[in-house]
Design a protein around this ligand. Structure first.
Ligand code: ADP
Length: 166
């Protein structure tokens, strides 16, 4: 079966990358789907986010069955258009669960041939989110271990402003 892993990935973190690696071993093909939602205020453009995910795949040996796409509109419609029978999402804590359950239930009502499957976060990454990483970057903290190594420099270049320049 072909699956997609939709998200905002603003930017991709090691938590996302771990889900990509684990899911890629279970499906014939995995499409990492950056959902372009113009109503969401993002730090990085969709094109930049795509480029960053593609570079980051090097950290997991660039599995041949993983590709990155930009999606529009309803995730479930896009998943169907791509021929995906499964939507992969990650769960870090109970706080993720309520939102994810609502989304997955809505998607099932819209299309009952696309199943949502959840991967639990690896404990080392259960606190990790794109916003936590951005906060660390803005304040000049070390991103190593949180963000895939090929993109650390560009995330810092985009976000870090030394206090004396503020
Ligand atoms: P969205 O805006 O769609 O929630 P995100 O990029 O924030 O997009 O997250 C995409 C998916 O990855 C979500 O299902 C989220 O719960 C999951 N996720 C985010 N961070 C982690 C992590 N550290 N470990 C596991 N799953 C994660």
């Amino acid at each position: 079966m072909k699956a997609c892993y939709p998200g905002t990935f603003d930017p991709i973190t090691n938590g996302h990358l771990d889900i990509i690696e684990r899911a890629s071993k279970m499906f014939e093909e995995l499409v990492v789907l950056i959902m372009d939602n113009p109503r969401k205020k993002c730090t990085f453009s969709v094109e930049k986010r795509k480029e960053m995910i593609e570079k980051s795949l090097a950290d997991i040996g660039h599995p041949v069955n993983v590709r990155v796409e930009i999606g529009y509109g309803l995730t479930v419609n896009y998943a169907r258009r791509l021929g995906c029978g499964a939507i992969i999402r990650g769960i870090r804590a109970v706080s993720d669960y309520e939102y994810e359950l609502q989304q997955a239930t809505a998607n099932l009502s819209l299309d009952d041939e696309v199943e949502t499957l959840f991967f639990i976060a690896r404990p080392a990454y259960s606190f990790l989110s794109s916003s936590v990483c951005k906060e660390i970057a803005m304040n000049g903290g070390k991103l190593y271990g949180f963000i895939p190594s090929p993109i650390i420099q560009e995330v810092m270049d985009e976000l870090y402003i030394p206090v004396e320049e503020l």
